[in-house]
Design a protein around this ligand. Structure first.
Ligand code: DC
Length: 227
């Protein structure tokens, strides 16, 4: 049976970098669950669906076909035969994704896709409800967090480096806090630290230190795969 490392936390806590590195160390496939919510949001916007209408989003969700392929140690998503690329990282998607992620039909659809990925092998899955709702029985569950300032700084740097946007640190922080609020107060599978998940505050830690903390906390026999 496939093993799953589950990592939840707010935006900018470092989940992607940490998950990718942990996956590489262990040979587990990296799964970015947020990208699926972003794809749903992108498709809604492309088709002119009103993302503030849960009924409209719920009716549209089943028509979005997402293909999952294993590529370079990760699960890559394709929509109509094409990878969405940076189109799902734009500020317009950031501004609408939390809303789309409140819709139970969207969450049920994406949860089913994520659970199906175990057919591809061992996984390290990052998101907001992976430890609480998607894989709550995993023996390796983490809640990765950091101060709002540290998270905004990282996101701003990332956006500038990728040429996605050039927003002030204050604007990035405001957008991040607005999303945190929606993600943690929604009715269906809100972001919260699961009972039994190990909390790691990465504000003053390097990426290497966080990766080490995750690896050390894994069940002993999972660490046998370390190079
Ligand atoms: O991690 P991210 O910023 O790419 O996530 C995009 C949006 O999707 C964000 O508003 C939170 C939501 N999300 C979620 O509700 N559940 C997940 N498992 C992953 C992301």
């Amino acid at each position: 049976m496939s093993r799953v490392i589950a990592i939840d936390g707010p935006s900018g806590a470092g989940k992607s970098s940490v998950s990718r590195r942990v996956g590489r160390e262990l040979g587990f496939l990296h799964v970015d669950s947020g990208a699926l919510y972003r794809i749903m949001t992108w498709q809604c916007l492309e088709r002119g669906i009103d993302t503030s209408s849960p009924a409209a989003v719920a009716a549209f969700a089943p028509s979005v076909a997402v293909e999952c392929r294993v590529e370079d140690g990760a699960i890559a998503y394709y929509v109509n035969g094409e990878p969405p690329g940076e189109r799902i990282r734009m500020p317009e998607i950031n501004a609408n994704a939390s809303q789309v992620a409140t819709v139970p039909e969207v969450r049920a659809r994406i949860t089913a896709i994520l659970r199906g990925l175990v057919a591809h092998g061992d996984l390290v899955v990052e998101g907001r409800d992976i430890t609480t709702a998607v894989f709550p029985d995993s023996p390796a569950r983490f809640y990765l967090t950091a101060s709002a300032e540290a998270r905004a700084r990282r996101r701003q740097k990332e956006e500038i480096e990728k040429g996605i946007a050039n927003q002030s640190a204050e604007a990035v922080k405001a957008s991040l806090l607005a999303r945190d609020k929606i993600d943690s107060t929604r009715k269906c599978a809100p972001l919260r630290k699961a009972d039994g998940a190990l909390e790691i505050d990465s504000s003053d830690m390097t990426l290497e230190q966080v990766v080490e903390a995750v690896l050390e906390a894994l069940p002993a026999d999972w660490r046998n795969d370390l190079a």
